[in-house]
Design a protein around this ligand. Structure first.
Ligand SMILES: CC(C)(COP(=O)(O)OP(=O)(O)OC[C@H]1O[C@@H](n2cnc3c(N)ncnc32)[C@H](O)[C@@H]1OP(=O)(O)O)[C@@H](O)C(=O)NCCC(=O)NCCS
Length: 209
């Protein structure tokens, strides 16, 4: 299947059931290459694979081919997965600041019979584009061990290896990864200004500026 044989669209609330089925089928099959059955079961039972807030925020996409769901994934401008203690406002995860925070890639899954057709790449690329349009310059994610090769191929770098604590005394080894988005000269200059700290400046001799 080539990229012209599937299409991406924003997910709708009425897709939620099909999305969860796809996510679970995908994680059971592909996850079993790196995790035990107990870890996968505990993960699906205790961490809902679909955060419906992403659908409400219009930051979650589905890939379709021949009327079938073949992939899903998206991003968030909210303080969600990667941080241990997300900031909240009235119970809702706070909006991240594009100037100083990283946007977050969320829940990318491909149907186990449609792997290596570019669906994961298309979902992540669409998400990155939307994050850039929302003003973000950095994007991060918490990857499963089976998701990491996709993100590595798309230019993400490992920033931390950690364990997601599941109930029943189990944990899931995972990887935090990050990527700089659209590093245009203007964005770099803005970032330099945002991070400017007078006390940290080094004094260097210069002939001109
Ligand atoms: C991770 C996942 C979404 C990748 O989906 P995919 O549609 O097969 O990925 P793509 O076809 O777009 O792959 C793009 C590139 O990523 C890399 N890649 C993807 N999967 C890979 C793998 N298993 N091994 C090595 N490289 C891989 C390759 O470079 C690939 O390009 P190529 O096929 O031309 O070599 C899929 O494996 C999956 O659903 N995993 C289970 C769910 C999961 O753990 N999701 C991550 C949650 S964070």
């Amino acid at each position: 299947m080539s990229s012209s044989e599937f299409t991406l669209r924003l997910a709708r609330m009425r897709d939620a059931h099909s999305i969860r089925s796809l996510q679970q089928a995908s994680f059971y099959k592909i996850g079993s290459e790196v995790y035990t059955h107990e870890q996968i079961e505990a993960c699906i039972r205790h961490l809902d694979t679909l955060d419906t807030r992403l659908i409400k925020d219009q930051t979650y996409y589905v890939a379709e081919a021949g009327g079938e769901l073949v992939g899903c994934g998206g991003w968030s401008f909210r303080d969600l997965a990667v941080r241990a203690r997300p900031r909240r406002t009235n119970g809702t995860p706070s909006r991240l600041d594009p100037y100083s925070d990283a946007a977050v890639i969320r829940a990318v899954y491909t149907h186990p019979e449609r792997l290596r057709c570019g669906i994961g790449r298309a979902l992540v690329t669409r998400s990155e584009k939307a994050a850039i349009e929302a003003g973000f310059r950095i994007i991060s994610l918490a990857a499963t061990l089976c998701g990491a090769p996709l993100y590595g191929a798309l230019g993400y770098r490992v920033t931390k290896c950690f364990n997601v604590i599941l109930r029943d005394g189990l944990h899931l080894p995972a990887i935090e990864m990050q990527k700089e988005l659209g590093a245009t000269p203007f964005a770099i200059a803005q970032e330099a200004r945002a991070r400017w700290e007078p006390r940290e400046r080094e004094s260097v001799p210069m002939d001109g500026l």
